[in-house]
Design a protein around this ligand. Structure first.
Ligand code: GAP
Length: 471
């Protein structure tokens, strides 16, 4: 992590609550740690992000197909994947203030790497050697308990009708890609894909994260957008580089994130089966942190599932007749991390006039939750309202629009700026031919979110105008 931008996380959290992007879950009951709900505008933004990712991964690639596998899978899936045995974080508690911290994170800050595969004993040896350098991030004391490993998989009693279900739990999936691996054969047998090809999926994942911090960056219930690309072992390294490039370009060219806010980070310590692992990091308000992982996972996943299920998951090339277990190049990103990056990038505070400031979310238009807001200048003039409603109804058949007649126009602009609406349309007396400038009859004001410039557009031309400008 390094220095964040000037935007504080508090600014974003407050805007998200105030304008209905993100709410803490179960707030009326005091909240539920590391779980959040998307409000009306957040749900729209999340939908637009999902659609943009899906188009870039599935529709723009002839050889990538989609999948929507179940959250629950056979418990053996998680044994085969290594999650039951190894998916855990080492945790210690400050004996003074009872704050729980991840020991691997504390060690990393002290310049030591703790591998996921290390036993509790090995981690405690490292921890003990560094204790003199490590203080509690909350109270500053140096009195941590021993490190204990906590498995991150979330357990459930699905399908178990005994009291003792914890002995044979069904897990809520810890990552969506396992649903892809176990359907590899089904997809091959039912569609016309041939290696190299990819399977993409968007769906919920669940992890018992120990530290609940940084807003929606680290959640216990979150959504992943993952694509697993199956290749011949000989081409895996080259394909991996191609996907690295494509995924970076997705952020700059398609999502429009500022180049200075994204960068690569290479994993130096790889898990034993990984051949390469790089993260795309985004500069969140709390510093550069992982947004997406791009991994060369070798033949580990299919080999493991073949071993545990007893089903042959190798592939026979129809042209050469060669039989092999495909290698996998994975791209994996959390929807919420992309959402937070889009929000951070868009968040702008700028002066208007001498003493006023405005907050504006300068989203790329395709991601904006609302595309056009339509206002009558005054709410108590029925002719203005009727004309504005007629325009709203026509535009709403094509774009997500809002009708607003609350307060004055200035206030309505501020509100639309804060939810990132690219255009506002105002019907005034000139529109009706009742103003001073008769030549403006039949036209409305269209105000641009970013420049705040206002132009007059004929009502008959509005659809054409927005078709051209909302691409
Ligand atoms: N299939 C590989 C995998 O799951 P990961 O690094 O554990 O790898 C991939 O997770 C991505 O999922 C991360 O880069 C991040 O964007 C997202 N992610 C992971 N844990 C998360 C959490 N607790 N909250 C939100 N997003 C998370």
């Amino acid at each position: 992590m390094s220095e964040g931008k000037n935007i504080t996380l508090e600014n974003l959290v407050s805007l998200c609550k105030r304008r209905g992007f993100v709410f803490p879950s179960s707030e009326i009951y005091g909240g539920f740690a590391a779980v959040y709900d998307f409000g009306p505008y957040g749900a729209e933004l999340a939908k637009n992000i999902r659609e943009t990712w899906w188009k870039a991964m599935v529709y723009d690639h002839e050889n990538i197909v989609g999948l929507d596998s179940a959250i629950f899978m056979h418990p053996k899936v998680w044994e085969a994947s290594g999650h039951v045995g190894g998916f855990s974080d080492p945790l210690a508690e400050c004996k003074e203030c009872h704050t729980r911290v991840r020991v691997d994170h504390l060690l990393e800050e002290a310049g030591v790497f703790a591998d996921e595969k290390m036993s509790e004993e090995e981690i405690n040896t490292l921890f003990d050697a560094k204790r003199a350098m490590i203080t509690c991030p909350k109270c500053g004391k140096q009195c941590f308990s021993e490190a204990k490993k906590f498995n991150l998989l979330v357990k459930s009693n699905l399908g178990s009708f005994t009291e003792d279900w914890t002995k044979e739990p069904a897990y809520l999936r810890g990552e969506t890609c396992q649903g892809i691996y176990i359907n590899f054969k089904n997809v091959i047998d039912s569609s016309r894909v041939k290696v190299p090809f990819g399977i993409a999926q968007i769906g919920k994942a669940f992890r018992n994260e120990i530290t609940a911090r940084q807003f929606i960056f680290r959640k216990r219930e979150f959504e992943q957008m993952e694509m697993q690309y199956f290749v011949h072992p000989d081409t895996a390294a080259e394909t991996y580089e191609q996907w690295r490039e494509k995924r970076f370009r997705f952020y700059t060219d398609i999502l429009g994130l500022k180049k200075e806010n994204i960068r690569w980070h290479q994993h130096e310590n790889l898990v034993f089966y990984a051949k390469a692992a790089w993260d795309i990091e985004y500069r969140y308000p709390f510093g550069f942190c992982e947004m997406e992982g791009v991994h060369n996972r070798s033949d580990y996943d299919l080999t493991q599932h073949a071993k545990f299920s007893g089903v042959d998951l190798s592939y026979r090339d129809p042209q050469t007749n060669e039989k092999y277990v495909p290698w996998i190049v994975e791209t994996s990103v959390g929807l919420e991390r992309m959402f937070l990056a889009v929000l951070t990038d868009a968040y702008t505070e700028e002066p208007i006039g001498e003493n006023e400031m405005r907050v504006v979310l300068k989203f790329p238009k395709k991601l904006a939750p609302v595309k056009i807001a339509v206002f009558p200048l005054l709410k108590n003039k029925p002719e203005l309202v009727a004309q504005a409603r007629a325009i709203y109804e026509t535009l709403a058949s094509e774009w997500h629009c809002e009708f607003d007649d609350n307060g004055n126009v200035g206030k309505r602009y501020r509100r639309q700026d804060e939810i990132g609406t690219p255009y506002c349309v105002t019907v005034d007396f000139d529109t009706l031919g009742q103003g001073e400038n008769k030549s403006l009859e039949g036209t409305v004001t269209v105000r641009d979110r970013d420049t705040m410039e206002q132009i007059r557009v004929s009502i008959n031309e509005l659809q054409k105008y927005f078709s051209e400008n909302l691409k």
